[in-house]
Design a protein around this ligand. Structure first.
Ligand code: SF4
Length: 355
């Protein structure tokens, strides 16, 4: 946690554009409790919470990273991954710094674990204007944990809908219910949520309670947000067939067997040096998902793998052909299988590019 300690020492001054009032907190004796995510940090005056992005300044909670961009780029929506949501479209994607999880294998550690001394400020309106200039169909908050950009996201999402753009989040799903309600109200359309493993692994490696993630998945779906689930299959962490079976079974029972599950390949990163996930392990994970009745289980991070494609669960016809995130051919723009008319769950199948 060296990074967070350094962040605290370098808190930006009051007049910085990155410092804004935080939205969700409550008094806790002489301290305040942050209600942005389920860590619910109790923060003394002058201190910051676990993630280092929120600080108690004279009894008021402020965010220190409002509009602080670590990276902005226009990405295919498949990169999130969201496979049943405006397939082939482009989302202008922004990330900031820090995280509220401790995963030692972080694949995005350059933004999530690095010092938040970014100087690039994006106002929500400038971000939305850029999305339109780059002919994107939507926006995404990603790269680091987007919950930490809650206040900025709410403003951006409202503006995006006004501009006819969709809104997405790529998240560990650890926000409070209050934060999730706000996001839904502001126009969050779709989320890819990482279920990182079974309860023991998530507690041991991420210092988190995976039940919160399941609660939020059910809640988000109830609020009308399109959901896809990702599990990064990591040797010795999340490749246990029992844990994979548990995750697949819960998706099927609690969210529905139409919800896509992405079992993606891990590569060594940050502080974790297990070798990359064998492709065979991913294929076994996919079989486990199918045994649990999931209709759409995708193998991720293996460009060219057959299980990147979408097939009709009824007749087996290929409906979307993919090559990594970069090449997508939508063979069914009606949301139905052209061979047997089986409806394919998802959103925005029939979107059309307009310039
Ligand atoms: S966002 Fe989460 S981790 Fe960060 S200060 Fe608030 S409760 Fe703590």
């Amino acid at each position: 946690m060296k990074f967070f300690a350094r962040l605290r020492k370098q808190s930006p001054p009051e007049e910085s554009p990155f410092v804004r009032p935080a939205l969700l907190y409550e008094p806790a004796g002489s301290k305040i409790r942050c209600l942005t995510c389920e860590r619910r940090c109790v923060i003394a005056p002058g201190e910051t919470g676990w993630c280092g992005t929120r600080q108690n300044r004279n009894g008021q909670l402020v965010t220190l990273t409002y509009g602080m961009a670590s990276m902005v780029s226009a990405n295919p929506i498949e990169k999130k991954p969201l496979y049943h949501f405006y397939p082939g479209s482009k989302a202008l994607t922004i990330g900031s710094y820090s995280c509220n999880f401790a995963c030692p294998w972080c694949q995005n550690y350059t933004s999530s674990k690095q010092l938040a001394v970014g100087e690039v400020f994006y106002a929500p309106e400038d971000f939305i204007a850029e999305a339109r200039e780059q002919y994107c169909q939507g926006v995404s908050i990603s790269f680091n944990e987007p919950t930490l950009s809650l206040e900025w996201s709410l403003e951006a999402f409202c503006l995006a809908h006004q501009a006819g753009l969709y809104n997405t989040f790529v998240t560990n799903g650890y926000m409070t219910e209050a934060a999730l309600y706000r996001l839904a109200q502001a126009g969050l359309d779709a989320m890819n949520v990482d279920v990182k493993g079974g309860p023991k692994a998530v507690r041991a490696f991420c210092d988190a309670d995976v039940e919160v993630v399941w609660r939020n998945l059910r809640l988000a779906q109830g609020l009308g947000i399109w959901i896809e689930v990702t599990t990064l299959v990591i040797p010795t962490v999340s490749d246990d067939p029992g844990d994979l079976s548990l995750i697949a079974g819960r998706i099927s029972r609690e969210l529905g067997n139409h919800v896509p599950w992405h079992v993606t390949r891990y590569f060594p990163a940050y502080e974790f040096d297990e070798p990359p996930t064998p492709v065979l392990t991913l294929e076994q994970a996919r079989s486990i998902g199918q045994e649990m009745d999931l209709q759409y289980v995708y193998v991720g991070n293996v460009p060219g793998h057959r299980a990147e494609n979408t097939f009709c669960p009824n007749c087996g016809k290929m409906l979307l052909q993919r090559w990594g995130a970069e090449r997508v051919e939508n063979l069914s723009q009606t949301g139905k299988c052209p061979a047997c008319s089986t409806p394919i769950p998802g959103v925005g199948w029939d979107w059309k590019e307009s310039r």
